[in-house]
Design a protein around this ligand. Structure first.
Ligand SMILES: Cc1cc2nc3c(=O)[nH]c(=O)nc-3n(C[C@H](O)[C@H](O)[C@H](O)COP(=O)(O)OP(=O)(O)OC[C@H]3O[C@@H](n4cnc5c(N)ncnc54)[C@H](O)[C@@H]3O)c2cc1C
Length: 649
């Protein structure tokens, strides 16, 4: 199995230019003969499919929803980063690169992150050309706001609907290609297996979610753009249909899975408010531009607030603890997500939390409203305030929002090299589905940047380098035995699930898995908890197969079956996530091991032992389930330091 990051030679700032100048190309006549499958129509998939088609390749694109526009990317609220430096506040490609590597706690590949920062400015130009209505300031330049982990304003936005507007842009580009007949769109399809022929990815098996038919689709190569696996934790800010199955099936076919334990917990979500909840709602990080986070200074006050005998507005300034501003004076409320989440947990665990269960902190706009006026705040965040009020029945213009951390994003994913190719030749992964450029913690507004960078600007080059030596391969036929074997494998999985005639629903087991994960593999982790989690997930797997009830049949629409297929994969992925968290005996980014912290409770890395990407290879024999491979990380252009958000240095 090849395992080589393929980072080009040369100076950091010249690597990508050198790559593009020397990669192999496919001539237009050959492009017309070559087919690419793209699974996923979020920002990464739609951008990739549209761009590859524009280049002249034939593209087949798949999604679960009834329209590409309904991909989870539509939910992205706050914005997208780029190093344009319009505010003239000191930004540059190098600073964006540096902030991203530092934000990820030095667990990402230098060359990839530099390329991402370099390409970021092209994304904005591309999206403006598509007509994406980014906010503008008075002079007509695009406006920027601040996100965590940076001392500059570099986040481009379209009110609180940036993902939606970007996705409409990508969807427009994709629709043009569909109209030309160059892209074939398959909606309401779920990829359930990867087809590998002679060691190369050559197609997928998908279930038609309306008819239940198991379909075979062939191509010269396959791109996975299926998003992240945050719903492993059951409750998350992800869309309900988000799942990790396509990536997991690729893992089972031989693609390495990297850093599964690097999961992001977002500090500003609407707190859990009941046992029957199946989804959590994000309050965008952009709110931390103007909102100040606090809890009462005195436990007695917190208790009175919890009982409803005291209101937040009753507390004077000196009775409030703006704990982020206190602990991290340089970055204040704009510390990165992992730092802000842990600080909220620390205050709530210490008894200062608000909300009925004491599991919430305040996000307060009173001083911003006083300073700027309600109209300005409404123009900036109106739709988010409206959403908050609809869900909680409280008016955030009048009383502070209550927020608490929740599962939000997965930095782990399919391992890819510099070309975004997995360890299976011809299988590429883009967007949140790959293990990406964010190391152990992603900075806000960088996921959209990465997905669009991968799809619009990186893959169109790198995939050609692969396809250049495939031009002699005729159309791949679904008559190949490997397609039939994979289809039978999928049918057998479905039959096995439908034959379980247990008593509990799929959600019953998924909630249990979510609880195990959140309690032991969540915001803070320790050896005993992780070992327990691994044992508990094993027991849950057994209980699931003994007692799950998947109603309905394999034909037609069957939501229970869809959920069951995804949960089977989550049960396995949950185990690997806990194993990865157990082996990484250090704290870095979103991975906080209680055994590895400084005296004042900050994350303590162990660069001497863990400065690597953990890449897992699936094994079905030799009495092991996986083999851990390590891709060493080296930093030649940036000084590796302890992350510090207390000062500006
Ligand atoms: C509430 C919220 C707000 C966010 N706000 C921001 C923000 O402001 N800025 C930022 O940078 N990031 C933000 N993020 C993160 C960002 O939205 C995501 O990381 C990003 O949109 C992922 O894009 P993607 O294209 O990789 O995948 P997705 O948008 O998740 O798309 C996945 C696609 O794959 C398809 N798919 C999945 N599995 C299968 C399968 N098995 N078969 C066929 N199709 C499949 C789906 O149908 C879908 O089309 C936010 C995330 C959340 C949850």
């Amino acid at each position: 199995m090849t395992f080589h990051s393929k980072i080009p030679e040369g100076k950091l700032s010249e690597k990508w230019s050198n790559y593009k100048a020397t990669q192999n190309l496919v001539n237009p006549a050959n492009k017309r003969k070559m087919e690419v499958i793209v699974v996923g129509t979020g920002l990464a998939g739609a951008a990739a499919a549209a761009s590859l088609s524009e280049l002249g390749f034939k593209v087949k694109v798949f999604c679960i929803q009834d329209s590409p526009r309904r991909a989870h990317s539509i939910a992205a609220q706050g914005g997208i980063n780029a190093a344009k430096n319009y505010p003239n506040d000191g930004d540059s490609v190098f600073r964006l690169f540096q902030d991203t590597v530092k934000g990820g706690d030095y667990r990402a590949r230098e060359a990839n992150v530099y390329r991402l920062a370099e390409v970021s400015n092209l994304i904005i130009d591309q999206c403006v050309a598509q007509g994406v209505p980014f906010a503008r300031e008075y002079s007509g330049l695009l406006d920027n706001r601040s996100f965590g982990g940076a001392l500059v304003s570099r986040t481009f936005y379209a009110r609180g609907q940036t993902g939606q507007q970007l996705l409409l842009g990508a969807y427009g580009a994709l629709s043009k290609e569909i109209h030309k007949g160059q892209v074939e769109l398959f909606t309401r399809r779920e990829m359930l297996d990867l087809v590998v022929i002679d060691g190369r990815a050559r197609g997928i098996i998908a279930r038609n979610l309306l008819t239940g038919e198991i379909e075979k689709h062939a191509a010269h190569c396959v791109v996975i753009a299926t998003g992240g696996y945050g719903n492993l934790f059951f409750l998350s800010t992800n869309a309900m249909a988000s799942n990790g199955s396509a990536a997991w099936q690729c893992y089972k076919r031989g693609a390495f899975f990297a850093n599964p334990c690097f999961v992001q917990i977002h500090p500003t979500c609407i707190p859990v408010h009941g046992d029957y909840q199946s989804k959590l709602t994000l309050m965008s990080e952009s709110l931390r531009n103007d909102g100040r986070i606090w809890v009462p200074k005195r436990k007695e006050d917190a208790e009175k607030i919890r009982k409803g005998t005291l209101k937040p507005a009753d507390l004077q300034e000196d009775e409030r603890d703006y704990y982020l501003e206190r602990r991290y004076p340089a970055f204040g409320n704009l510390v990165p997500r992992d730092v802000a989440s842990r600080a909220a947990k620390e205050r709530c665990d210490a008894g200062f939390g608000v909300g009925q269960a004491g599991l919430a902190v305040y996000l307060d706009f009173a001083s911003a409203i006083q300073r700027l006026g309600k109209e300005v705040i409404e123009a900036r965040y109106g739709n988010l305030f409206q959403m908050y009020e609809k869900i909680t029945d409280e008016n955030p213009y009048q009383t502070p929002m209550m927020i608490y951390p929740a599962i939000h994003y997965t930095m782990g994913g399919l391992w890819v090299d510099y070309e975004l190719q997995t360890t299976i030749p011809g299988l590429f992964a883009v967007g949140e589905a790959n293990f990406s450029d964010h190391g152990a913690n992603r900075l806000g507004a960088s996921a959209l940047m990465q997905g669009l960078s991968d799809g619009y600007f990186v893959l169109p080059y790198t995939i050609q380098n692969y396809l250049a030596d495939q031009i002699e391969i005729e159309n791949i036929s679904t008559e190949n035995i490997e397609f039939e074997e994979s289809a039978q494998n999928v049918k057998a999985r479905i039959d096995k699930l439908l034959s379980c005639k247990g008593t509990h629903t799929v959600d019953y087991f998924h909630k249990k898995l979510g609880n195990i994960m959140w309690n032991n593999v969540g915001m803070s982790r320790n050896k005993v908890g992780l070992e327990n989690a691994i044992a508990e997930i094993e027991a849950l797997k057994t209980a699931f197969w003994n007692d799950v009830k998947v109603s309905g049949t394999a034909k037609g629409v069957n939501l229970e079956l869809e959920k069951a297929l995804r949960l089977v994969d989550y049960l396995e992925l949950g185990t690997l996530t806990a194993i990865d968290a157990l082996h990484r005996e250090e704290s870095c980014g979103g991975h906080f091991r209680e055994e590895s912290q400084t005296e004042d409770g900050e994350a303590l890395r162990h660069d001497d032992r863990f400065m690597y990407v953990a890449a897992y290879e699936h094994k079905k024999s030799q009495n092991v389930d996986y083999v851990l491979h390590k891709e060493p990380l080296s930093f030649e252009n940036i000084e590796v330091k302890t992350r510090n958000y207390k000062t500006s240095k």
